[in-house]
Design a protein around this ligand. Sequence first.
Ligand code: FES
Length: 260
Amino acid sequence: MPPRTAGAARPGADRGGPAAPGRRLVAGLPLVGGARYPLCPMPDRRGKRQSPYTTDRQIAGAFEGETVSRRRFMTGVAHGAAGIATAAFGLPALAFALGPVFERTQAHWAAIGRPEEFSPDTYTPKVFTQTPGVGQVGKTTVYVRARKAEFDPPSSGQFIAVSSRCAHLGCPVRYVDAAQRFVCPCHGGVYDFLGKVTGGPPPRPLDRFTTRVRNGMVEVGPRFSVNYQLKAFSPRDPGESVDGIGQYLYPARFSTAPKK
Ligand code: FES
């Protein structure tokens, strides 16, 4: 069979010959294969309703009187069954994984001492139960001092309670009174008297705890994070910044307890 070239007439096509069955010659249109046809003849289906019967639609294997072919019906049943099976396994697993994220924990308050125990010039370490019901692992150390009007705004409350968990990776920091610094032993993180980072990799100041005085006792409650202006944010995990774009990159969890 000789090769066809662009523009060559189809074998058997005859210039000016009869049109192929079902095709209409139109005057004024370019020559295609020796005859004048619309370049893109499209069937006009507007206003025509498709027959609901598979035999009318010439579907392979169609039976008289059926509106859905058996193949299409079985395909739909198989897809439906697969969807139900996937949901039966997937939805419980998804709920198990995401459920705790939306579960809001209750605020827990713990008494840590009498007000006169705390000085505005140094921190006193106190151990309290932050997460009840889990034994010793629910306890944490907090460094507490009385408010110092010199650099603590009135909104800080009467007492300042600073978390001992390093804001880098969570190692326990220690307050060194001689240097008035918090020092982390893991990667050399250093914080000043207010808990702001002065050295090392921590991305934000030390977290704090809400405090209040009830029945003559100082109590500590929910933890919160602070930025470099000591503005309070919902508690974040170690390694998460709350300054600049960090507060949007590391949003608060739904599960955190309300501050008050
Ligand atoms: S965990 Fe404290 S500096 Fe890395």
